[in-house]
Design a protein around this ligand. Structure first.
Ligand SMILES: Cc1ncc(COP(=O)(O)O)c(C=O)c1O
Length: 398
């Protein structure tokens, strides 16, 4: 629910809108957050962002663009300089060739997902989705009348694993794509390069698309960057890689992401962008270029901050007898179960209302998520410690 929707006149709404829009549920994370909307006392660890503002040099670059009058309608798929910078960034990161005709700038990773669904799915088609998964992927699939089909990761003592055979078995004649988010939200699971190769070969054989959500590619603790499908694929493979400025450069509010796709799809994406948003504001794209060209130092700081956050959370919570928690390899979430708690929505609402700490309920993330709660550890020690104090107090009482 958007807070303003409370002020709509009664009677309008559901009856006038399409059933598919009515059926989209508010995400369970938003439901918890809205249950205490506006309460400044709550320590917010429920959303996928930390407490750092975007670095100054990025903000300055955007401000300069604004001051220079870059305020007009702009390129649908991104200004040429940003697409060139994204091509160069991809080449630098993965040691591959990536021409700018394979890149389209989008309004955040969210829009990259929605555009991909709009491009690939006819009503009744399905996407096989590796879960637990960020809920908006399900909503985007449903919005275009597609069917989400889940294959849950398996929880092992040290983390999560994917049984690829289950993915293969879930595919049928109406499957258009396989959606993999690696490194994953909420689990922190990261797919290996061998698994990616096996999946890519399967997709090629069966004529399927791979939608690879790699928005957490830079936030990994065991290597400099997570394995990417881009390292393995040919430029014209049926592969859409979805990415975002939000997480590595603390730019969640900017709403800038990008897609890497076969060159032949550029025109299709240009049309879809035009109809949906008509492009990302020109001056904001100047900030994105600065992030790509000068932002590696900030990412290193971000990774260290998250590593410290992860340490703190695990030191405090892994000792607790009621919690089952594993240290994630990547991303910035702890996803843990609480002995005695099955209804995590009610639990998270109680935590928010009575203990003033915001966590996300596991049921938001689809199959495999139930019974867990998610905590984002991208914040500094002060905020995390306050949140942890309150979680521990709640565990004593609830
Ligand atoms: C897995 C995943 N994909 C995509 C996104 C979208 O990010 P944004 O729209 O902020 O770029 C998120 C945000 O939390 C995410 O967790």
């Amino acid at each position: 629910m958007h807070p303003d929707s409370r002020f709509q006149p009664p009677g309008l709404g559901a009856s006038l809108s399409r059933a598919v829009a009515d059926d989209l549920s508010e995400t369970a994370i938003a439901e918890v957050a809205m249950s205490v909307f506006g309460d400044p006392e709550v320590v917010p660890l429920w959303f996928g962002e930390g407490d750092l503002v975007t670095p100054q040099f990025v903000r300055e670059a955007a401000a300069q663009g604004l001051q220079a009058g870059e305020t007009f309608y702009t390129w649908q798929r991104g200004i040429p300089e940003l697409r060139a910078a994204l091509g160069a960034y991809t080449e630098r990161l993965y040691g591959i060739k990536c021409s700018t005709d394979r890149i389209s700038v989008t309004t955040g990773g969210m829009q990259a997902i929605l555009l991909s669904c709009q491009l690939l799915l006819d009503p009744g088609d399905n996407i096989v989705i590796v879960s637990p998964i960020w809920p908006n992927i399900t909503s985007a699939t449903r919005l275009v009348r597609g069917e989400p089909r889940y294959v849950a990761l398996d929880r092992r003592p040290g983390g999560w694993t994917l049984d690829l055979q289950k993915v293969f078995d879930a595919v049928d004649a109406r499957t258009r794509a396989i959606f993999v988010n690696s490194p994953g939200n909420p689990t922190g699971w990261a797919m290996t390069s061998e698994e990616q190769r096996t999946l890519l070969e399967f997709a090629r054989k069966r004529g399927l698309w791979i939608m690879a959500d790699e928005v957490y590619a830079r936030l990994i603790y065991t290597r400099p960057v997570a394995p990417s499908f881009l390292e393995l694929a040919e430029p014209d493979d049926a592969l859409l890689v979805l990415n975002s400025f939000s997480k590595p450069w603390a730019m969640t509010g900017w709403r800038i992401g990008w897609l890497t796709h076969p060159a032949g799809l550029g025109e299709q994406f240009a049309k879809l962008v035009q109809i949906n948003t008509s492009g990302v504001p020109h001056f904001l794209q100047r900030g994105a270029i600065a992030a790509l060209e000068k932002g590696d130092g900030f990412i290193a700081e971000m990774v260290e901050r998250c590593r410290a956050g992860s340490e703190l959370v695990f030191q405090r919570l892994s000792a607790h007898p009621r919690l089952t928690i594993a240290r994630p390899e990547a991303a910035f979430y702890a996803f843990f179960s609480v002995d005695g708690v099955t209804d995590t929505m009610t639990f998270c609402k109680r935590l928010a209302k009575d203990y003033k700490v915001g966590l996300a309920p596991g049921e938001a993330f689809g199959p495999g998520g139930q019974g867990n709660v998610r905590l984002c550890f991208a914040s500094g020690a002060e905020r995390l410690s306050r949140g942890l104090d309150r979680i521990e107090a709640a565990l004593e009482a609830l």
